[in-house]
Every structure is written in C-alpha cells, then in structure tokens.
Design a protein. Sequence first.
Length: 252
Amino acid sequence: MQQPRYSRVAIIWSLKEYDCVPSTQSTLKDLIENNTELPEGIVIHAKRQTNGYGRHGRVWEQGDGNLYLSFLVKPKCSLDRVGQLSLLTGLALSDTIDKYMPAQKSTLKWPNDVMVNNKKCAGILIEAAPIKDNRCEYFIIGVGVNIKSAPLDIATSLETHSTQGIDVKEFRDIFLSRFSEIYNSWQIYGFEDIHAKYLEKTYERDTEISVKLGSKHIEGKFESIDMDGNLLLMCNEKIKRISSGEIYATSN
Ligand code: BTN
C-alpha cells in the first residue's frame, strides 16, 4: 500500500552549546521568557550542570562525560495527548541507546526511564507551558543520559555495556534525528504504531509492581499502558488507571 506523503518537514534543530549551566531546563526557560516567539527545535546542550533536576523535584546528579540536553517542541495537540509525547520521547531514546549495544536491548520503565540490565541509564523530564484553552503552547523536554559515568549505584552508564567508546555529540545527533522521525510520524499518523513499539519494550511486562502515588504505595500486576500513556495496574481483580506516579519495585 502506498504511504501518504508527509505533510510536515522534520524539526529544524538549532543548537546552543555550553560548557556549564545551572540546568539546561532553566537555561531554555530563561530564553523562552525573553523571547516568546522562539521556534520549535531550539536545543540547549551543556557539558556540565551545577543544578540539574529531575522528575518529582529530585536532583539530577552530574557525571563527567554524560549528556545534558533540553529542547523546545510545539506539537499541535490537546492536553490529553501529553502522555503520548512523554512515551514517544522514551522510545526515541531507547532506540538510540540500542544502536550502541548490539548484544543487549534497553527497556522502558513507565513513564519514560530507560533501563539497561535492570539499572537506569537515562531519564526524561517534560515541563509544560501554562495552559490556555485546554492547549499547551509548548513543552520543554529534558534528557539526561549516563554515557560515560553512573553517578549513583542504582544507575548504570552506556559505556559499561557498549563495545565501543561513545561520542556524546554523535549520540545527541542520532537521538535528535530519531526523536524528529517519531514525533513527525505521531503528528501525522497518530500514536498507534508508537504505542505498539513502546509496549514491546516495557520493563515491567508480567511483573508485580508497587507504584508510589504521593505518599501512598499501590501494589498490583502490570497490565499495560493505555493509548493516553496511563499505566494500567491490576489490583484486586480491577484495573486501576494511573496517570502519574513512580514505579518503585518490580518482582517476577
Ligand atoms: C528523571 O529521571 O527524573 C528525569 C531527569 C532529567 C534530567 C535532565 S538532564 C538535562 C535536563 N536538565 C535538567 O536539569 N534536567 C534534565
């Protein structure tokens, strides 16, 4: 069957490189504050961060030779599809990581941590602009990848699992190009294919998990991820739909 032609072009990336910033997220936010017309595709890449942060306000540790990146996207979508943006970013990152590890595949821990050998090697933080008319004008996507070092024991670095040294800028460019490909396909054809690919890579498949929601924990069996990016958890023979939380532990 002939595929319809793409009606959008790939994102045009515009790169700003820094030696050291407090956080690539806050650097990009400052730029946006001073110029609300900034186009999609601005990328902030820093060799070091002094105040990097992750989801739930946690510190994102600095490790030498790792990737610290934030970029601006302005998708044409309503707010209920933001969960999809988060999953597709994880998929693009996992696909990029897999190119460097022929013997092993990375997995995706909901919503978008990338795991290698049961340890986290990359994290994604998505921050939204203030909401107007159930739309969000832009999103800032932050990506941290442990390429050369793993700052914490519970984490791992890609070079530990790769047969080759990894050039951070080459990794960045491959990731941005894969992100652009998946993002473009999402905007044109929707989420179905991306959702199927994400599910193939889920870390939690067939496991009992504990999910942290605020100060509470809910236990259950991982069932699936729905088309809006929610986690579906089987608890006491009922499906619970969870839109945001953190998977704490898994056991087979
Ligand atoms: C997480 O797993 O909690 C998400 C971590 C996101 C970290 C990245 S590093 C680049 C960008 N700048 C930041 O301060 N945070 C994100």
